[in-house]
Structures are given as structure tokens and as C-alpha cells.
Design a protein around this ligand. Structure first.
Ligand code: DGL
Length: 271
């Protein structure tokens, strides 16, 4: 029997579910195998060497399912490991930074773009590079918001505490006169309402999920690898940490029950 190859998606935790949801919406025939490294989240404060090592470990795990593509649905891991992973495997590897940059360039009217992300992503300068590669006319201001990912992993999307932390994290960048703010971390769409409250109606919030799903679609189309058939795919989810909270966040976000298998890493941390 012909077995449909899946799209493998990885993140440090639940953030990549924002990309997975768009893939399910735009490409409903495709099967997804998702890995969230919730035992070692957040990746943001870690060194790029360590993030690269963790990403490689997850890719080694995912590759056993013979996927047709790897999607690094984590900005921090994209910045640290995209080229490294792409050189190691012989299937397409897609990150989220270029799609996010493209979406911002297409949305901005005044060329003034803000970027928020983890410490690792902002420190890497990957967004500035990606934006300037597309257009020399944009002005960019960026800010690391290290307190946000842990809130999302706890499922605190719109509590009073979250609103306060989001307000504090954006206090400086909101002074800048921009018309677009890139949510340069796949966890941040979970906080969209809290971020919108602070940034106001004039600033468009850009996330990479839609554009990344579009890129996946284009790459698979060009390779003649789009899934066919009428069977509804059964997605598989893996997480390395607490399965209860992961399942509950995934179910609420995706609007359906998920097939989840907890994984215990032999080595929990490199350091
Ligand atoms: N979703 C990851 C990203 O896009 C979060 C990284 C983290 O775990 O700090 O960067």
C-alpha cells in the first residue's frame, strides 16, 4: 500500500502549532508529524550551539518517519540551525524567518517595521538581514521579549499577569512609529490580543504562519509532492515535557483532539 509521506514540523514547544494550524488549513490533505521540545523550552536564552544541537537531535528523531520535508517552526532554531540542518538532510528544510520577513515587506506602507522575538533570534540579527535582503528601504527596530514564551507554555494567553508582562515587554518598542510589527517567535500569535491591546489599531501584527504554509505549498507543488487522495490525515504529535498541558493547548488551538506521544530524552540538556 502506498503510504503518504508526512511534513515534519518542530519547535521548542507549542509555538510551532501556529504554523501547523495554517498547514492544516491551507493543505488539508497533508499529514503532519509535530515535535515540541517542551522539556527544554525556552530555547531563546540558550546559546546558538546548544539550539543547533537540540534541533539536530529532534531532526534525527523525525527523520525515522521518512518525512518529505522538515519545517523548523521556531525562529530561534531557524536562526541558529536552518543552514546546518539543510546541509545534513536530503529533503527540503523550511524555516520561518524568510516567510515572516516577506509577509512584513508586503504589508508595510511606510517601510518602518518592528520585530519582537526571543533573545537568540534578536541577537542573531536574522530578521534585519532577511528584511534588508528583500528591501534596502526598510527601517527596522527590534526588541527581545524573553518573558513571553514561558507564559505561552503555561497556557496564560490573556490573564492580567500576561497583559502586564506584555505591556512591560513592549514599552520601549511601541514608542517607535511603525506600521507593522513582526511577531518573530512562533509562540507570540497565542498572545495576539494582548499584543494588539498594547500596540493599538494602527500597527499590523505580522506572523510567519500563513506565509510559511504558502511556502510549504509552493515547494511541494514544484516537487510534485503534494498529497493526493481523499483520506483525512491523522496527524501525530510528540512532546518531550508535560503531555497534559501540551494536549490541552494543542486541542484548544487546533480545535480538535490530538494523537500525542510523550518522548523522554536520554539527555535533557547539553549544559
Ligand atoms: N517558538 C520559538 C521561536 O519562534 C520559541 C523559542 C523559545 O523556546 O524561546 O523562537
Amino acid at each position: 500500500m502506498f503510504v503518504q509521506q508526512a511534513i515534519a514540523i518542530l519547535d521548542s514547544g507549542v509555538g510551532g502549532l501556529t504554523v501547523a494550524k495554517e498547514v492544516i488549513r491551507q493543505l488539508p490533505r497533508e499529514k503532519i508529524i509535530y515535535f515540541g521540545d517542551t522539556a527544554r523550552t525556552p530555547y531563546g536564552p540558550r546559546s546558538s550551539e546548544e539550539v543547533r544541537l537540540f534541533t539536530e537531535q529532534i531532526v534525527n528523531f523525525l527523520i525515522q518517519f521518512n518525512p518529505k520535508m522538515i519545517v523548523i517552526a521556531c525562529n530561534t532554531a531557524t536562526a541558529a540551525a536552518l543552514d546546518f540542518i539543510a546541509a545534513k538532510v536530503n529533503i527540503p528544510v523550511i524555516g520561518v524567518i524568510h516567510p515572516g520577513a516577506r509577509a512584513a515587506i508586503s504589508a508595510t506602507k511606510n517601510g518602518r517595521i518592528g520585530v519582537i522575538g526571543t533573545l537568540g533570534t534578536i541577537r542573531s540579527g536574522a530578521y534585519t538581514e532577511a528584511l534588508q535582503q528583500l528591501s534596502p528601504y526598510v527601517q527596522i527596530v527590534s526588541e527581545a521579549c524573553p518573558e513571553l514564551v514561558p507564559l505561552v507554555e503555561q497556557g496564560q494567553f490573556y490573564t492580567d499577569h500576561t497583559k502586564e508582562v506584555v505591556y512591560r515587554s513592549l514599552a520601549s518598542i511601541r514608542q517607535y512609529d511603525m506600521d507593522c510589527l513582526i511577531l518573530g517567535c512562533t509562540h507570540y500569535p497565542f498572545l495576539r490580543q494582548a499584543i494588539k491591546d498594547v500596540m493599538g489599531p494602527k500597527v499590523k501584527l505580522i506572523s510567519s504562519d500563513e506565509e510559511t504554509a504558502r511556502e510549504i505549498s509552493t515547494v511541494l507543488y514544484n516537487k510534485g509532492q503534494l498529497a493526493s487522495g481523499d483520506e483525512t490525515p491523522v496527524h501525530q504529535f510528540y512532546c518531550s515535557g508535560d503531555p497534559v498541558i501540551f494536549r490541552s493547548i494543542a486541542r484548544d488551538w487546533l480545535g480538535e483532539e490530538i494523537q500525542l506521544t510523550p518522548i523522554v530524552w536520554q539527555v535533557r540538556s547539553h549544559v
